[in-house]
Unconditional design. Structure first.
Length: 418
């Protein structure tokens, strides 16, 4: 297979693969007899996937301090041994919004630990992770940009950027505050006017900044298994069937993002080898401004269909909000609600039965050994609020989940329905 390559903005003199490997959703082991090992990275499969992607032209690998419970960087470091490090542009992120950063000195401590985890002497790009208006104040307070410049002068990082979760106005403010090399934004056909959105993409590009896109499938929410299309989303199936161009739902989403001339590289958080192979093939078919009016209309139709049927809670399952101190698996609760909305009221019994199988007290949680606690465990401590990149009012939404599945309330009691 051949890989398509694109310009990395105007400030970074690379040709970057259209597809970047995001190491946030690596495959994990399912160990039924040992709950503590559940969620452990399947190292053999993950390394095989990363190296396969690189062997087939992917030259951009993205990870972060907190991904996969803090184990992603170590795994990536092992995957890039035996000459693979020299074949890629390696990117990780400084956790500016995380509790690990409490003082100025934490910058050097964390960066040095990341270089050790990744088994490398330098990073090709170092991003400030998940900047928002609030965390940007922390950047100023701890003189982080000075620290980044110092690390660049020492040869520990080559380029400086940030990833982002906030409003367009905040994005513009941050863009104008520094001579950035790159920025990473959430962008897909549902989120064209959400967070930085298309305005932000175009504004950053006008400054020559390389644009890295994350969540092109909105955390997998723009995918529905073909077997389930008839039952859960006949409108989406009709749109796909009527299109003259035949693509899978993931490929429609990816091609939409690649169609933008402003975009340098699109990250995919792949968790299985078949996803790697399919995305590489899709990247090979990508191009700038190659989608026809008819194809763009298909995307618009898909956008409307997904927006109407699925996203009651705009959770992308990034898992930044967990672990919850009370044991609530927050993304799982929102997934139950969104799926119930997708499949309809006639499936209430099944979803309620599943919800009721989850622990609802700390005693049940400890006794069951399950890693998923129900929304009922939420005590509204608010610890999750600052961690959520989508700025979801998590305690309120969990209360909605509880009311719908424990009290039998209707979705329309809490959400405006299309």
């Amino acid at each position: 297979m051949k890989m398509k390559y694109r310009k990395m903005g105007n400030k970074i003199k690379w040709e970057v693969s259209a597809l970047g490997f995001g190491a946030m959703r690596l495959p994990t082991l399912e160990v039924e007899k040992d709950v503590k090992k559940q969620g452990t990275i399947d190292e053999k499969q993950a390394i095989e996937m990363i190296r396969y992607a690189i062997d087939n032209g992917c030259n951009y690998v993205d990870t972060a301090w907190m991904y996969m419970g803090g184990k992603s960087e170590e795994l990536v470091g092992r995957a890039l041994q035996y000459g693979y490090r020299e074949k890629v542009h390696l990117v990780t992120k400084f956790p500016i919004g995380n509790d690990d950063v409490q003082k100025e000195e934490d910058f050097d401590r964390i960066l040095n630990a990341q270089l050790k985890r990744l088994q490398t002497k330098y990073l090709d790009i170092y991003l400030l992770h998940g900047l928002s208006r609030r965390s940007f104040q922390k950047v100023k307070e701890f003189r982080i940009m000075e620290k980044m410049e110092q690390a660049k002068a020492e040869g520990k990082i080559n380029h400086i950027g940030f990833s982002f979760h906030d409003s367009f106005n905040t994005f513009k403010m941050i863009i104008d505050s520094y001579d950035w090399d790159a920025c990473q934004v959430q962008y897909n056909y549902v989120d064209v006017n959400f967070q930085a959105g298309i305005e932000g993409v175009k504004y950053a590009a006008s400054k020559g900044i390389a644009i890295v896109v994350m969540e092109p499938l909105r955390g997998g929410k723009l995918y529905i298994n073909e077997k389930d299309l008839n039952k859960s989303s006949p409108e989406i199936k009709r749109i796909l069937d009527e299109s003259k161009v035949k693509r899978s739902l993931p490929e429609w989403a990816l091609q939409f993002v690649w169609n933008h001339p402003e975009v340098s590289v699109v990250l995919s958080g792949m968790s299985a080898m078949n996803q790697v192979k399919q995305n590489i093939e899709s990247a090979n078919n990508s191009g700038i401004n190659i989608m026809t009016k008819e194809e763009l209309q298909t995307v618009e139709d898909l956008k409307d269909a997904f927006a109407k049927r699925i996203f009651l809670v705009p959770c992308t399952s990034c898992s930044y909000c967990i672990p919850c101190p009370e044991g609530v698996n927050i993304p799982a609760q929102f997934n139950i609600l969104n799926q119930f909305n997708q499949y309809g009221e006639n499936t209430r019994a099944g979803f309620t039965s599943y919800y009721n199988s989850l622990p609802k007290t700390q005693e049940e949680l400890e006794k069951s050994g399950k890693v998923v606690g129900s929304a009922n465990l939420c005590v509204k401590c608010g610890e999750c609020l600052e961690k959520c990149p989508q700025q979801i009012e998590i305690p309120d939404e969990l209360d909605n989940v509880r009311s719908i599945f424990e009290e039998g309330k209707k979705i329309s009691d809490f959400y405006e329905m299309n």
